[in-house]
Ligand binder design. Structure first.
Ligand code: ZN
Length: 322
């Protein structure tokens, strides 16, 4: 099966055809799944096929001659054929060293592992992605309510839009700038009413002294043990208890300041702050404090798609506490 697949690849057949060959062979993947392009490409470009080995994107070579080392296992193609195979697909194995995994490794080395959800939130381009919900009413009378996604211009649409994110529905879309503007006005008004007079609180945490006492105690226990005033068993018992108390106390402090920061986030709110100080993430956070969602209803039957933007088709859903 593998040799036939290699020949298909060498003949320049489409990957879909080769994947089909794998599927029709009756073999499943190691995990018992059907084949898809990625594992097939990975297999068919693996240097082991011709006896070579690659580590971190580099062929393992004889240090004296510089020639690639050839393993003792049975090979399925020649090195020449393998080079043609990787020329067709350089994603996984590549003599120039640039592969998906090396790129990922370098990125991690460069930037550290990342909080992808945080990044997604920090780099959002649309104000109401996932806050806007599709208001299409199905035949059974239920509403779609799928989260809507922001998207750039496509085809005849020259403007950014929000569009129902459920591919089975996809029935509602609306110009993003106009929706954003209407919702912004509404949210800013509520926030000004509720928070403009609020003065930020800068209270110190009430437990600072307790925590300091616990930390002093920690040092004392350590010193006592060092001076052999207490046994190891006693030391461990005191230490475990002290560690637990310190941890509880520190968590309490962190919670306190986090809560205070959350309250202060909107204290003294003004439209100027919204415009000049808030970034996208803060605006979205502020909206989420006021609104649970914004339902975007479809255009009523018979209304032209080019008709004027109708703010009445937006239904803000306030949060309960507001
Ligand atoms: Zn929908």
């Amino acid at each position: 099966m593998l040799r036939t697949a290699i020949e298909l690849a060498l003949k320049g057949k489409q990957w879909a055809t080769i994947v089909k060959h794998f599927d029709e062979s009756g073999h499943l993947t190691v995990r018992g799944n059907k084949w898809s392009t990625t594992p097939v490409q990975y297999m068919l470009t693996n240097p082991a096929l011709c006896g070579y080995r690659m580590i971190n994107g580099e062929l393992v070579r004889d240090p004296k001659t510089g020639k690639p080392l050839v393993g003792q296992w049975e090979t399925v193609c020649t090195p020449e054929e393998w080079r043609r195979l990787i020329a067709r697909c350089t994603v996984w194995f590549n003599l120039d060293g640039d592969t998906a995994s090396t790129r990922y490794r370098e990125k991690v080395k460069r930037e550290g592992k990342k909080d992808y959800r945080g990044i997604a939130e920090a780099t959002r381009r649309f104000l109401l992605t996932n806050i806007a919900r599709c208001g299409y009413v199905r035949e059974d009378g239920t509403m779609c309510l799928a989260k809507m996604k922001g998207m750039g211009p496509t085809g005849t649409n020259k403007q950014d839009r929000y569009r129902c994110g459920d591919p089975r529905c996809n029935k509602v879309s609306r110009r993003a700038d106009l929706v954003d503007d209407a919702i912004k006005r509404m949210v800013v008004k509520v926030l000004e009413e509720q928070y403009s007079d609020l003065v930020p609180q800068e209270q110190p945490w009430y437990g600072e002294e307790t925590l300091n006492a616990l930390l002093a105690q920690r040092q004392e226990i350590k010193d006592s043990y060092k001076a052999r005033l207490i046994t190891l068993a006693d030391y461990l018992e005191f230490k475990d208890e002290n560690d637990a108390q310190v941890a509880t106390s520190q968590k309490d402090r962190d919670d306190f300041y986090a809560e205070q920061a959350a309250k202060n986030f909107l204290a003294g709110f003004s439209v100027e702050r919204w415009e000049n100080e808030f970034d996208m993430r803060q605006r979205r956070r502020a909206i989420a404090i006021v609104l649970q969602a914004v339902i975007i209803h479809p255009l009523p039957q018979g209304r032209s798609r080019s008709s004027r933007f109708d703010v009445d088709l937006l239904e803000p859903v306030p949060r309960k506490s507001c």
